[in-house]
Design a protein around this ligand. Structure first.
Ligand code: CTP
Length: 408
């Protein structure tokens, strides 16, 4: 839940909401009436993809004035004006944001923005001390140029810093992956044909990045080895201190990057769509039709190493290895049959099997997976956002690690 109050910095909060939505979070925006003078309702609705209202009298049947606060996992107020901070301190609830803030038990993060004099006023200082003593997390304000040409502390922190602090606040709440070192590969590799062409695939990287973010939010230290991903998909991951992003282009580069991390990893998740073949002879110059046979050309392809199978072969004690299998079932075979055969072939501890097709699985925000163990047993099934799927995957990883620790 993002509360927006009446300050010029509200325009920067659009980016806060955008980063959160891109990272797969379900974001409801509650502006104050005043906030709408700076950024209008349609912008908040479009960017959050949810209806937006300021009034406690809308949607009364669903008790919206408390429902949003009760359902929220996290509340961010950005910008938080001196007036809103004073109202929060006093517990005033004369608008939807006020009732929501009183009804929530989730972590609350505020990003104050005001003129230096207001920030330094004893009333504001007293309010901030009270809010901090109640556990409210305060991000900023930064020192810098303020509206009107003044300068000093009072400028709202940058959106990336607010998102980072906010997600860290949630992860501190539930840190069941704390202390684990995790490597996640994501995106689609690209195998060059010549300097301008490649063989690629439709992976957007969304599911893999959601897996990496979910791990970081639950306390893990994450290395995200990212092949090609869609625009913006890495934004939120790059903003998190617990996620280190390593870029890779080809399957060979991705394999080398993952293997370099494997020795110290507790969990490795291969969510990347890795090309099975590469071009035998990559042309150093752009291939031209002039020098090609008339009517068509043939590309010789060589098989790439299977990174996942290699990781399983070299697995160190206590390491959990997870694969993904994107399948198009057919020829009388079910999705699960195909997944089970792949699980047997790969030997990973867990395999997340999902169905893909011309219009399934790739660009969409949603996914449906069945998670099977090395013996082909179904351990979980989840249909929902890629973030929901990531959560189910980490639950399954923890369960498998627990049972492996017991049988030792
Ligand atoms: N994978 C890998 N190295 C490869 C190919 C795939 O590590 N060279 C990994 C993927 O990251 C994924 C799993 O293996 O976790 C399954 O990938 P997928 O492409 O579905 O399987 P393939 O082994 O390529 O089998 P097939 O093409 O026959 O479906």
């Amino acid at each position: 839940m993002v509360g927006v109050t009446g300050g010029i910095a509200a325009y920067k909060t659009v980016q806060v909401v955008r980063l959160l939505v891109k990272a797969g979070h379900d974001v409801h925006v509650i502006p104050t009436e005043d906030a709408l003078r700076f950024v209008g309702l349609p912008t908040w609705e479009a960017i959050s993809r949810h209806p937006v209202t300021t009034s406690v009298h809308d949607d009364v049947a669903r008790v919206r004035h408390v429902a949003l606060g009760q359902a929220a996992d996290l509340v961010i107020v950005a910008p938080a004006t001196a007036n809103t901070l004073a109202k929060m301190t006093a517990g005033l609830a004369d608008d939807l944001l006020g009732t929501t803030l009183l009804a929530t038990t989730a972590p609350v993060v505020v990003a104050p923005a005001m003129h230096t004099e207001m920030w330094r006023h004893p009333a504001t200082e007293h309010n901030m001390a009270t809010l901090r003593s109640r556990g409210v997390i305060v991000v900023g304000p930064e020192e810098g140029e303020l509206t009107g040409g003044d300068s000093g502390p009072g400028r709202m922190s940058e959106p990336e810093a607010i998102v980072e602090a906010a997600l860290a606040a949630v992860s501190a709440e539930g840190s069941d992956l704390g202390g684990l070192r995790v490597v996640v590969s994501a995106g689609g590799t690209r195998e060059p044909i010549d300097p301008v062409r490649y063989i690629g695939n439709r992976s957007s990287g969304r599911q893999g990045v959601a897996v990496a973010l979910a791990a970081a939010e639950r306390g893990a230290d994450v290395v995200l080895v990212a092949a090609h991903v869609d625009d913006g998909v890495l934004d939120a991951a790059s903003a998190l201190p617990r996620v280190r992003v390593v870029r890779a282009g080809t399957a060979a580069e991705l394999g080398a990057a993952v293997e370099a991390q494997a020795a110290t990893a507790d969990v490795i998740v291969m969510a990347a769509a890795v090309a099975d073949y590469r071009v035998a002879e990559v042309s150093p110059l752009k291939r031209s039709k002039e020098s090609a046979p008339v009517g068509g050309v043939t590309l010789d392809l060589i098989e790439n190493d299977d990174i996942l199978a290699g990781l399983v072969r070299g697995r160190r004690g206590g390491q959990t290895i997870v694969g993904f299998a994107a399948e198009t079932p057919g020829d009388g075979e079910t999705l699960l049959d195909r997944g089970r055969r792949k699980a047997a072939r790969k030997g990973a501890d867990l395999l997340a099997v999902n169905e893909v097709g011309w219009s399934k699985g790739f660009e969409s925000a949603d996914n449906a997976v069945t998670i099977i163990d090395a013996g082909g047993e179904v351990v979980a099934a989840r249909r929902g956002s890629k973030q929901d799927v990531a959560a189910a995957l980490w639950d399954a990883v923890l369960a498998v690690r627990e049972s492996q620790a017991k049988t030792k």
